[in-house]
Design a protein around this ligand. Structure first.
Ligand code: SF4
Ligand code: SF4
Length: 678
């Protein structure tokens, strides 16, 4: 209706009664057209050839996906296509990751460029269908709507590009600012501006142009006025036309060579990204080790095909580096550089570990902030841990990192103490699985919860709350072993597998169906990784179970003075397992620091880093404490024993003020009992 009305209005104004449309290839002879087709074919062909060369590199990687009966792993199923479509919709068309960071700079700028570019892509495709197929629809009301809509949307690209060029000179964000990068932006800007100038030239120069409805191409129409002196000058029109075509050919040729390639590859990276949870690392089958005679990756081809392809999709935006806690405190770890260096190793066949710098690899806390931020869904943590696995398998880990592996192997406790997992229970009448006939929840205490004095307070608080709320539970006590999380993230895969199998057999022994734990690292491993070892369990972080007890009225929420408590989301709860509501349901009126929930910042303990030496000035926890205290709160609410240990050490570095670091369970315990278990 709107389109028809538009047509009628144009007509009533006396524009013309002719059918609105425009002529393609105006004044072009057959040889000129053939020259254009030949150049277009050559540039697109060259682009395809370059992409094919990269595809050959990706295909060297480990195949991903299952091999199904009578069907190759890459042949799509209906469910697979639905998954791909959903991811492309979410991450490409809706730009979910781009929108979630740099809200005042990179996000609006990229959104303008993306939607402007996408609109012009659709416009060109429609025009191509009309020109080269028997279906002719580029006329009438459709034509008028086409012109006004795409003339307007093209401005998004134009403004986005101008913003991008201007931003490169001023921003402190770790984006690429080299000359090639600027050249690409200028080329795109040139194509966009010239597109409008070409439209203006058509309107100004073509004497048959239908001036009445040309005004709907309002940008080109406005630009046509200064060009009116060129009326009838066909050579000038062709100069605009060919200049535009040559710029577009250059664009095609450059796409695979520069980070422009993300325009295409981001779609494949998003569509094919693993469905596994962010917190799950790949389980290496023993048969694979026997076959390849190595653990982890030595060469880039040892990564999966998707991982290799995703490296090429990197848009070099630096979002990963911007959020990296190690990089923020001046360490050499730079996740963007890891991706670029690995991309280089993929092309040259160089060994991965020397290419990525082992020192940087050991600085990673596996916090997944980079993974969460990456618009093309690159999994930096998979890359880093697979490289660590190879270092460890070749005996390349020494010092405190190696010590924690030895301790876990010999005592089943990352702290190296054995037989002490029941010490905290003394005088508390804590039920043990071996002496309790039936229980609903296994309370998984964890190494820290049974060993570290600060974490033991939390353990006791959880036990007290479960009793207060009448929850049926039991602990494994000395039958519990480390989940193996630190070992796995330090690269000792088979120590992790050994611990996982040991613990799963304990679950089977006592018919465990539900587990609650106060450690987000244990929570993540049990929930996301133990399934590979046939564990059939439902796993809850203690804040989740406590939230349900509060909502059922079995426990009271804590009500401190509004604004006096700030929430620090643990990485493996808030980001990796996307749980940030449950902690906030336990304590009313908490404030959030600048970075919270999925965007929380790391305390520096993950990935085995808690046991590794660190100069005082290079502690991610110092930076985190500053962010938390910037809210003005004097109490920090926690949900992780590792965070408690790390932040406690940093509070003393950062401030002389009295700051309370308290687990949410302890706050809830205080709210529910006049005499909490001590
Ligand atoms: S890895 Fe992802 S976040 Fe990092 S620079 Fe590349 S695209 Fe950006
Ligand atoms: S996981 Fe965390 S520490 Fe490791 S590279 Fe990514 S952001 Fe940096």
């Amino acid at each position: 209706m709107i389109l028809v009305s538009l047509w009628l209005i144009m007509d009533r104004k006396g524009a013309t009664s002719m059918n609105p449309t425009r002529e393609e290839y105006w004044q072009f002879s057959l040889p000129e057209k053939l020259l254009f087709y030949a150049c277009a074919l050559a540039s697109v062909g060259y682009m395809g050839w370059q992409i094919w060369a990269r595809v050959q590199l990706w295909l060297q990687g480990r195949p991903t996906g299952e091999v199904r009966q009578g069907r190759q792993y890459w042949m799509p199923t209906r469910a697979g296509v639905e998954r791909w479509a959903k991811k492309v919709w979410t991450y490409i068309l809706l730009q979910k990751k781009v929108r979630s960071s740099r809200p005042k700079t990179g996000a609006p700028m990229h959104l303008m460029m993306f939607y402007g570019f996408f609109a012009l892509f659709i416009a060109t495709t429609l025009l191509g269908i009309n020109t080269y197929s028997p279906i002719k629809f580029h006329q009438g009301a459709y034509y008028l709507a086409y012109e006004v809509i795409f003339d307007t949307l093209g401005l998004l690209l134009l403004f986005g590009l101008v913003w991008a060029v201007a931003r490169r000179g001023t921003t402190k964000e770790p984006i690429s600012k080299d000359n090639v990068d600027m050249l690409v932006l200028w080329l795109l800007l040139l194509i966009t501006v010239n597109g409008y100038l070409l439209e203006a030239a058509r309107i100004a120069i073509n004497p048959q142009s239908q001036k009445g409805w040309d005004s709907v191409s309002w940008v080109g129409f406005a630009l046509a006025k200064p060009l009116s002196g060129l009326a009838g000058n066909v050579i000038a029109y062709k100069a605009f036309w060919w200049f535009h075509a040559v710029c577009v050919f250059a664009f095609f040729i450059l796409i695979p060579r520069l980070r422009l390639r993300h325009i295409v590859l981001a779609i494949f990276s998003a569509a094919g990204s693993p469905d596994t949870p962010m917190g799950k690392l790949r389980t290496i089958p023993m048969e694979e080790v026997e076959q390849t005679e190595q653990i982890g990756v030595k060469l880039a081809k040892d990564y999966s095909r998707w991982h290799l392809m995703s490296l090429d999709a990197c848009m070099e935006c630096g979002r990963c580096t911007e959020v990296c806690p190690a990089n923020a405190v001046g360490k050499i770890l730079n996740p963007k550089k890891i991706v670029q260096d690995l991309r280089g190793a993929m092309a040259t066949g160089a060994e991965v570990v020397p290419s990525l710098d082992p020192e940087a690899l050991w600085q990673c806390t596996t916090c997944n902030a980079c993974v969460e931020a990456c618009p093309v869904l690159i999994r930096h943590v998979d890359i880093i841990v697979d490289a660590r696995r190879n270092i460890v398998s070749e005996g390349g880990l020494s010092g405190s990192g190696a010590l924690v592996l030895r301790q876990t192997a010999s005592t089943g406790n990352a702290w190296g103490t054995s037989g002490n997992r029941e010490d905290w229970m003394q005088g508390l009448d804590i039920p043990l699985a071996r002496t309790t006939s039936e229980f609903e929840y296994l309370f998984w205490v964890g190494c820290a919860g049974a060993t570290d004095p600060g974490a033991i307070k939390t353990t006791k608080a959880v036990a007290d709350l479960l009793k207060t709320a009448g929850v049926s539970f039991a602990c494994l006590g000395n039958e519990e072993a480390c989940t193996g999380d630190p070992a796995r993230r330090l690269g000792e895969e088979f120590l992790f597998q050994e611990k996982a199998m040991e613990n799963v057999s304990a679950f089977e022994r006592y018919g465990v169906k539900k587990i609650v734990t106060a450690c987000p690292h244990c929570f993540n491993s049990l929930k996301n990784e133990y399934g590979d070892f046939d564990a059939k369990i439902e796993v809850f972080h203690h804040t989740q179970l406590l939230q349900s007890l509060v909502s059922k009225g079995k426990l009271l929420a804590a009500k401190p003075e509004r604004g006096s408590v700030v929430m620090h989301d643990p990485c493996y709860l808030g980001r990796v397992n996307e749980e940030s509501e449950a902690p906030r349901a336990l304590v009313e009126g908490m404030v959030n620091p600048e970075f919270h929930s999925q965007k929380t910042r790391c305390c520096g303990a993950g990935g085995g880093r808690m046991w590794m030496e660190e100069p005082l000035t290079e502690r991610p926890s110092n930076a985190r404490v500053e962010q938390l205290l910037a809210t003005g709160a004097k109490t920090v609410a926690l949900g992780c024993p590792f965070c408690k240990i790390m932040l406690d050490a940093s509070v003393k570095q950062v401030t002389d003020e009295e700051i309370n670091l308290v687990d949410l369970a302890e706050m809830l315990q205080a709210a529910n009992s006049k005499s909490p278990v001590s």
